[in-house]
Design a protein around this ligand. Structure first.
Ligand SMILES: [Zn+2]
Length: 118
């Protein structure tokens, strides 16, 4: 992959990371600034399940941030866009749709097939 394309993907990844971090930061500050007391136990239960939901979202975001960082590291290392299983180039269309991917479409399908049978 040429430098121009690598820069293009680097831009996408950095932008995605930035917005994820921004989002995560906002959720945290909303949660910590929330000091309202809920005398009604029903309200409290609702509030707690909201938090569980938020924490799950943040867990997913955190994993995605890790994937983005790994993708950025692969750009640095010069292995970005190469399938980690068969070492063929991953199609650009696939990378555009999912820049953090480490598998070409064939290997991904193979992996999903195996997961389904497990
Ligand atoms: Zn592959």
């Amino acid at each position: 992959m040429n430098t121009e394309k690598l820069e293009y993907f680097r831009g996408i990844l950095q932008e995605e990371k930035r917005s994820l971090l921004e989002e995560a930061g906002r959720t945290v500050s909303e949660m910590t600034s929330d000091t309202t007391n809920f005398p009604d136990p029903t309200d409290r239960a609702t509030q707690e399940s909201d938090r569980t939901f938020e924490l799950r979202i943040r867990d997913r975001e955190r994993k995605l941030i890790v994937k983005i960082q790994e993708a950025l590291a692969r750009i640095e290392a010069g292995t970005f866009g190469i399938c980690e299983v068969c070492e063929e180039d991953i199609s650009e269309a696939r990378l555009k749709a999912r820049p953090v991917t480490t598998l070409c479409i064939d290997c991904k399908m193979e992996q999903e097939k195996k997961e389904r049978f497990r």
